[in-house]
Design a protein around this ligand. Structure first.
Ligand code: C2E
Ligand code: MG
Ligand code: MG
Length: 686
């Protein structure tokens, strides 16, 4: 093989290598006209060698004014730098390429061409671009971003994080997000969050955190875990925004939707909501209640002549006065204009609605002061009661409205019930209440005494003091009729005071007359059972100069059910004085044995309703037996009330009952008659 042959062979081999290498290799003359185009270049650009060779490389450029600084480098022999350029394929697609140019020289060393190596770097550039983009988002995000490692140690936070929390990156990095906890969420909350993270790799929700300055704020938080290829979590990220403003706005919107802007009372929507709730509960549990429709009198002329500002003030003052009349469970709303509504969802009796109506009317008695003027308004109130008058808000409000018109016709200030029957009952009741109020002043109350006797020897050991009312027209009114009215109107406190005073005065007379020691029992109402009771009892004993063992107080199970600890303390104080306590109407409540053990009670009174069936009713006998058994266990005395027959007495005696009280021995009688019995030494004969 000649030298030229060998040279030719070499060239052929080089050309073959060129064809096979993965990079596109393009050669050109010094003016840029393409002289060589390998297979890779064909693949990359989509042009065949025939199509490309002979054309100027410029036709491959994506940007027409690309400054070819690369050529300079090459000519100045700075060695072909690698550069990134944009090129266009035959199909029009533009791509990023890395280009390296070198100078070709002839035998004499004169440059005679260029060779370019080109490869597609779109993918590489894209991921770099993405990284830059991500960094930018991280930096610029409005939302705080926090990244931790698998051990929950913070490794990065963004500027928004610092803005929201007040912690700089230096302060945050290395800590765990626990540093920001507000203490508002319990362990269960975070357990749930972690369970969700473990299960789905994600959690989102509202959470309260604490800023560096100590302020607690709500944020909307998304947390995610980042697993590696094997599924092992390597990082957690959380993204959150401060939603203080949003929450505030929500609260405002909520308030606007459900409350009257002028008076701050509930509006019609809210009233309907609450009323529907109460009504559906009443359907389920069988309760009752009342709706009041209130229309102001003389408001319109004030509003028309003195202007809306004055009108608004009047409405605000009225709303305040109404609110002050009502209890926590009652709802008052402004329906619109000068119309209001009240829902009484927890009342002791339907007639009680009349008392509330009276209070509301009384609240309008004093003139309203606006700008130095005294404005006298009034109101007409209509009342409907459920379930009798209806069981939906609309019907009840309509009927209350109708009743209000009736009240206006007879008034104009006043109230009326929708049903005639209720009107009559309310009037009777109000009259009774008014009469009762005067009863104490007019000295119409008196005490009867019903003896209590010991079964073992039939001796009178005491008496229960029972109040009687000598009504000037009605005659003797039994306590069953007026005590509930007195309890509801609050008058009971005066009555109880009167009874306690009267009983103590009587005890004093009997002790002065050298009576044997008796237990004189006084009934108390729930309202009497207040914190100052022990002191009041103590003062009574001192004032009347009587021994504590003469006095006994009868309370009912219901009084023990609430605030147990304070009640026990009070009872301890009373028994500590030497005054005995007995539990009246026992068996009608829900006391359990273990519950009863806690109270310092001396005597259990078996309720008359169980005594009635003795000895024929098996259940009554069983209950009476159980109560006697229970009393023995608790070391309480036990007395049966309402004993009318010898058979009842015989059965109670067989059970081991200690004492009885009832018509069998004596009904309640005036004090002199009771004294006479004691004098005579009257005994129960078994
Ligand atoms: P209570 O304390 O259970 O009183 C017993 C009631 O049973 C009394 O009725 C009494 O007259 C009646 N009774 C007694 N023995 C018999 C009997 O053999 N057969 C029948 N059928 N009845 C009998 P009263 O005096 O009408 O009192 C009714 C309730 O009024 C009392 O029940 C008590 O809860 C309350 N009460 C009476 N006086 C007062 C008082 O001064 N203050 C308070 N807060 N409540 C009182
Ligand atoms: Mg009693
Ligand atoms: Mg009783």
């Amino acid at each position: 093989m000649t030298t030229t042959d060998r040279e030719l062979e070499e060239l052929r081999q080089q050309a073959q290598i060129l064809q096979q290498i993965n990079e596109s290799v393009i050669s050109m003359d010094l003016a840029g006209f393409i002289t060589g185009w390998n297979t890779s270049a064909e693949r990359l650009f989509g042009y065949s060698a025939e199509e490309a060779i002979g054309r100027n490389v410029l036709f491959l450029y994506a940007d027409e004014n690309e400054e070819d600084t690369s050529f300079e480098d090459v000519f100045l022999d700075r060695g072909g730098r690698e550069m990134e350029v944009r090129r266009r394929k035959k199909n029009g697609e533009v791509f990023w390429a890395s280009l390296q140019l070198s100078l070709l020289k002839d035998e004499t060393g004169q440059p005679n061409g260029l060779i370019g190596f080109l490869s597609d770097i779109t993918e590489r550039r894209n991921s770099a671009e993405q990284l830059r983009l991500h960094a930018r988002i991280f930096e610029q995000s409005e939302e705080a971003i926090l990244i931790t490692d698998a051990q929950e140690r913070i490794i990065a936070v963004n500027p928004a994080f610092t803005r929201i929390t007040g912690y700089s990156a230096e302060e945050a990095i290395g800590a765990t997000p626990r540093k920001f906890r507000s203490g508002r969420h319990d362990a269960a909350f975070f357990e749930k969050m972690w369970a969700s993270l473990r299960e789905s790799g994600y959690w989102q929700g509202e959470i309260w955190d604490r800023r560096k300055d100590g302020e607690i704020y709500p944020k909307w938080l998304s947390i995610g875990s980042v697993p590696d290829a094997t599924g092992e979590v390597t990082h957690y990220f959380s993204i959150f925004s401060d939603i203080t403003d949003r929450k505030r706005a929500e609260g405002r919107i909520n308030h606007l939707a459900y409350f009257d802007a002028l008076t701050g009372l509930a509006n019609r929507v809210q009233f309907n909501r609450l009323a529907e709730q109460a009504l559906s509960e009443s359907k389920r549990k069988g309760g009752f209640g009342a709706l009041l429709f209130i229309d102001l009198n003389r408001f319109k002329p004030i509003n028309d002549t003195l202007g809306h500002t004055v009108g608004d003030k009047v409405l605000q003052e009225t709303a305040n006065r109404f609110r002050a009349c009502l209890r926590g469970a009652d709802v008052v709303c402004r329906l619109g204009g000068d119309e209001f509504a009240v829902g009484l969802f927890e009342i002791a009796s339907r007639e009680h609605a009349a008392n509330v109506a009276q209070k509301l009317l009384a609240a309008m008695d004093d003139p309203i002061l606006v700008g130095g003027r005294e404005l006298k308004l009034g109101a007409a109130i209509g009342i409907s009661v459920y379930p009798e008058d209806g069981l939906d808000t609309e019907t009840l409000l309509r009927q209350a409205d109708i009743a209000m018109y009736r009240a206006k016709q007879t008034g104009p200030d006043g109230f009326a019930f929708f049903s005639e029957d209720m009107n009559q009952r309310a009037i009777d009741r109000l009259n009774l209440e008014a009469d009762l109020r005067r009863a104490i002043e007019r000295d119409e109350l008196m005490l009867y005494y019903q003896p209590k006797v010991r079964i073992s020897d039939g001796v009178i050991i005491g008496a229960e003091a029972l109040v009687r009312w000598r009504h000037p027209e009605r005659g003797l009114v039994p306590p069953g009729e007026f005590v509930p009215v007195a309890e509801e109107s609050g008058l009971i406190v005066h009555i109880s005071n009167w009874v306690l005073e009267a009983a103590c005065r009587q005890i004093r007379l009997w002790t002065d007359a050298d009576f044997p020691t008796m237990h004189i029992a006084v009934n108390l109402s729930a309202r009497d059972f207040s914190a100052d009771l022990p002191t009041r009892v103590q003062q009574l004993l001192t004032r009347h100069g009587i021994a504590a063992e003469w006095l006994e107080l009868e309370i009912t199970e219901g009084m023990l059910m609430h605030h147990t600890d304070t009640v026990i303390a009070m009872m301890d104080e009373i028994t500590g004085l030497g005054v005995a306590l007995s539990l009246d109407d026992f068996g009608t409540g829900y006391s359990s044995l273990s519950y009863l053990k806690r109270f310092p009670i001396n005597t259990l009174k078996i309720d008359r309703s169980f005594v009635v069936g003795i000895p024929d009713d098996v259940n009554d006998c069983a209950i009476a037996g159980a109560i006697v058994g229970m009393s023995k266990q608790l070391k309480h005395k036990v007395i049966a009330e309402g004993v009318e027959s010898a058979e009842q007495l015989a059965f109670l005696k067989s059970l081991g009952c200690d004492e009885i009280q009832g018509y069998l021995f004596s009904p309640p009688v005036p004090a002199e008659k009771f004294a006479a019995m004691v004098h005579e030494g009257k005994r129960l004969v078994a």
